[in-house]
Design a protein around this ligand. Structure first.
Ligand SMILES: Nc1ncnc2c1ncn2[C@@H]1O[C@H](COP(=O)(O)OP(=O)(O)OP(=O)(O)O)[C@@H](O)[C@H]1O
Length: 297
């Protein structure tokens, strides 16, 4: 985007939304000559789980860290829980929870000691034992940090992120390295936090995770927001042709059709019994995501 079009895009965007958990207009971040975030507008509603998707280097972490108050921006306006992160007071910071990619390391402290120490920084913390229960680490309360498995450490990271009772929780690739069962358990933890009213901004490379958890997803490519939608509607998924597949005369066949019911009815008439290996599929979130970032390139 030239600076002229970036400026006109900014003019076109509505003003900052004071009621949003996060409201961003025309955000720009440069590293030297390199533009990492290039005129980004985004609103995240209170109470929602929002997943930020995008390829490596798209500008997700930069955007999130500007919202957390950890990085300075070069241009644009940002409000997080009503305050500008560049000047956010301590009381504002206490309302944020942050789960970073590299989490609680090889501490000599026990799990409960770490969570209790973290709680002491906040004015209205959750009870550490309740938090350990919530993240499924109650039976590891006396274990040392360094004795935890990878998945258990990630749970500890989440415990440390939520013990301060945050209004807004940032989760950066929270389930990297989880086994499938641990991921499912983690997803239920995230859903229970939403029930408790926590707003969450999640970055993830797992499209199934975004689909399972997010109320809305935003796709970032080259520092720009390509689209924001509920997962089922991203990239026109709901109106995209369905792909019908079946086996006939020993050959796998496929047909893309806007009227899959009529097509399957016609197909069924050609077979005396079941249509062999019949499947009907709409594009997955991953399909539309890959198309979008391909086009953005
Ligand atoms: N401190 C820095 N100095 C110079 N360049 C940086 C710095 N931090 C990030 N970048 C560059 O800015 C771009 C965006 O980086 P960012 O970490 O925001 O991407 P990301 O979308 O979070 O990627 P990933 O999915 O790999 O975590 C990348 O090209 C990166 O190399």
């Amino acid at each position: 985007m030239t600076s002229a079009t970036a400026a006109s895009a900014r003019t076109a965007a509505p003003p900052l939304d004071p009621d949003a958990a996060i409201s961003i207009r025309g955000l720009v971040k440069r590293y030297g000559d390199f533009v990492a975030v290039d005129g980004l507008d985004l609103d995240i509603r209170r109470g929602e789980i929002f997943a930020l998707l995008g390829p490596n280097g798209a500008g997700k972490t930069t955007t999130v860290e500007i919202c957390e108050g950890y990085r300075a921006r070069d241009a644009g306006e940002v409000r997080v829980l009503g305050e500008d992160p560049a000047t956010g007071a301590r009381s504002w910071k206490a309302r944020l929870g942050i789960v970073l990619q590299s989490g609680a390391g090889d501490s000599q402290l026990t799990v409960r000691e770490m969570v209790t120490a973290q709680a002491s920084y906040y004015p209205d913390p959750r009870d550490p034992d309740e938090v350990l229960e919530l993240v499924g680490l109650a039976d590891k309360a006396r274990a040392r940090g360094r004795s935890l498995s990878g998945g258990q450490r990630r749970r500890l990271d989440v415990a440390l992120g939520i013990v301060g009772r945050p209004t807004l929780l940032f989760l950066d690739e929270p389930t990297t390295g989880f086994d499938p069962e641990a991921r499912r358990q983690f997803w239920s933890l995230i859903r229970s936090l939403r029930e408790l009213g926590t707003t969450m901004l999640l970055t993830t490379h797992y499209l199934d995770e975004a689909e399972a958890l997010a109320d809305r997803v935003g796709v970032i490519a080259r520092g720009r927001l390509v689209e924001v939608a509920v997962p089922g509607l991203l990239g026109g998924r709901e109106t995209a042709p369905a792909v019908v597949s079946w086996t006939e005369d020993g050959v796998r066949r496929t047909e893309a059709t806007a009227t899959p019911t009529a097509f399957v009815r016609e197909l069924a008439g050609r077979f005396p019994d079941e249509v062999p290996d019949l499947t009907v599929a709409r594009p997955t979130l991953e399909d539309v995501y890959l198309r979008m970032i391909g086009e953005a390139r």
